[in-house]
Write a protein that binds this ligand. Structure first.
Ligand SMILES: [Zn+2]
Ligand SMILES: [Zn+2]
Length: 238
């Protein structure tokens, strides 16, 4: 194939079927694979192996609960994250968060859907982690809501935007989990307690690191029956 024609063809495919015909991570040809090309499948992209039964973090020993969850009680029951947040996964998630690559939400939602498939959860509402209005204006959208909407179609479960973020979160860089949790909780508010009361909730975020954000969301929805959380990727803490 003539090289310039191939380049044009690639560009057309990117616009028309960016998430179906190209690798979700590198945008390369799928070479017979689904979702990820074989080059990306060779890298350590999946959050798999021995993982904490609460926060889904990888564990190096034979324990079922990670050191972090042994010391910190979560307000959700379990969280699910299909990918590891590093390398090309981090780059791709940042493209959804900061680079207007909204089409990625569909592929990411499918990965979460597949991860949840064996769990037999009964979910009544999907609740996205809210974004502050200044971030929504800057990005044009809330990435967590985009993923929640795609997940809603796959799971046939409605989205409930039960939470809002009233203020930006102050810089969290040097804070521990407890201070992060206090910081984030103080910026959010429950605006639809009626809908979620007594229901099974799945909180959706793009990335989970210390779980402070999803715990803060869960702390505002105490009247829900069961609360689970999910995200595209998990930062490896250990
Ligand atoms: Zn790839
Ligand atoms: Zn854990």
């Amino acid at each position: 194939m003539n090289l310039s024609f191939k380049k044009i063809k690639d560009k057309v495919l990117d616009v028309v079927f960016p998430d179906d015909l190209r690798c979700l991570l590198c945008g390369g040809e799928l070479d017979g694979q689904e979702v990820f090309c074989s080059r990306c499948l060779d890298i350590d992209i999946f959050n798999e192996g021995t993982r904490c039964i609460y926060c889904d973090a990888m564990i190096k020993d034979d324990n079922t609960v990670c050191d972090f969850c042994r010391d910190n009680h979560h307000l959700f029951e379990k969280c699910f994250c299909p990918l590891n947040y590093n390398g090309i996964v981090r780059k791709t998630v940042l493209r959804l968060k900061e680079d207007n690559a909204k089409y990625l939400a569909k592929g990411f939602a499918k990965l979460i859907y597949d991860r949840l498939a064996d769990e037999n959860l009964k979910i009544d509402f999907i609740v996205p982690v809210p974004s502050h209005i200044s971030m929504i204006k800057k990005r044009g959208y809330n990435p967590a809501l985009l993923i929640a909407n795609e997940l809603s179609l796959l799971m046939n479960v409605p989205v409930c935007e039960a939470l809002v973020k009233n203020a930006k979160t102050p810089n969290q860089k040097f804070l521990d989990y407890k201070d992060r949790f206090a910081n984030i909780s103080s910026t959010m508010q429950l605006i639809d307690g009626k809908t979620i009361k007594g229901k099974n909730i799945l909180i959706v975020d793009d990335v989970i690191t210390t779980c402070a954000t999803v715990d803060a969301c869960a702390s505002l929805m105490k009247k829900a029956k069961h609360i689970y959380a999910c995200a595209v990727a998990r930062t490896n803490l250990f």
